[in-house]
Design a protein around this ligand. Sequence first.
Ligand SMILES: [Zn+2]
Length: 502
Amino acid sequence: MDKKKTYVIIIAVLGLIGAAIFLYLGRDTSGSVFQPVNVSRSTTEAEKIFPPPDGTIYRMGLYLDVGNQLVLGQSVVETENNTGRALSELYFTVYPNAFQTREKSPMPSSAYRHGFNPGWLKLDTMEVNGQQVPCQQDELSLMALLPEDILPGQAVKIEMTWETRIPQAAYRLGTCDGVMMLSHIYPVLNVWKSGEWLLSQNISFGDPFCFQCADYLVKLNVPSEYQIISTGVVLGREADPGGRDTLLIQAERARDFVLVAAPTYQTLQQKEMDTILRCHVLPGYEEAGKEVLVRAARMFKYYSCTFGSYPYREFDIVQVPMEGFQGMEYSGVIFLCREAFGPAYGEARQDFLLAHEIAHQWWFGLVGNDQLREPWLDEGLANWSAWSYLRERDGKNAAARISPDYQTDLGRSLSEMSGREEYFNLAYRNGERFWRELEHELGNKKVIEVLRSYLAEYRYQLASAADLHAVIEKEAGQDMTPLFKKWFQSARMAGKKSTVGE
Ligand SMILES: [Zn+2]
């Protein structure tokens, strides 16, 4: 490339960064790249789930202080009260507060490589629509008591300054061996549905969250030697004085926003369909990373062609030091534990893990669900999708009949489960069995039609088991209540949509 072209590109990139920073700091969002695409959908009578995914934006300024394990943050969240009633309070998940004490920390002790090390989120200020609001904290939840109700249809602007400490630990929120894994580091607006706030809970297994999609525009300041892997797309990176860089990152309609910061990754990439797939590996794992990327691309293509297209421009697979989970899903990003790239892990096991985590991009990412109260929805489907891909790849035909475990109750929430073992048995294994039985009953072609329809109807939204029940009935053209009754002991799911909440 000649010098003139390089110069023009640099000017263009700087212009883009300047314009975006202006938008980020600016009071006026008219003409923003975040114009809602389909506002009417989120305001229909049938869906009153707050915050609306097509009208919510997080603008954040983050400063990463590596030495002190801190992220200094400013957030401006803009949304709309689409609940149809006045809101007198707002709730947020402040996940880092799960790690304040050893007794309550959800991490296994093996994650604390050098003994307990705390994590927390400290809120400095919060204003809602220009007024300072008092807040109350209870473990993972932060409640803002509004001095004035937010009326139906009213715009909501929340401005916060906060500070998050990252615990020294090999966990999804932690810093270990020079890798900073930054999951849910900022206050996340909770979901309100049918008159109820769906709060997160501090549970040591699974994903005790329920989040809506939103747009993100993030200005991130980091030491220059740090590589950044994140949800969305890096629009630009500029060097600042003092050995630091500022990045501008944009993500549209993302379920959550995650960051990984480290100076040591090797990055491999390839394009599949319209998405750039990247695999980021720690030193010494380059060959394994190449293999993983090739396999991931096949899975990605299979899911895109089978279930429906993947809308994001980038997808990242990141190798991280992580205990307690083999893999972890985020919008546009998956974490895989370091061991999953080693020869001892085993190829078949690695294939299944990779196929499961990639499937979450569809089931969790695009079609969201309440992972705390209905964890089988995304876990069971991710497992069935992985199993289904591997069966097709290996040239096997019809689904083998498996013995269903009707003693189970797929309707159980994480908080009702006795522990990790019940969680895996119920959400993963029995969740997968539900789909295998459905396939046995309706045939593979029909199940794929169900899933295509489920994705089309709930893309960027939240779906419940009752919503899925309705989609299956519509596609199957028959009453599916007998099947659901077998898998749900509790009355709340045995019926259809109208019974939910009873
Ligand atoms: Zn999973």
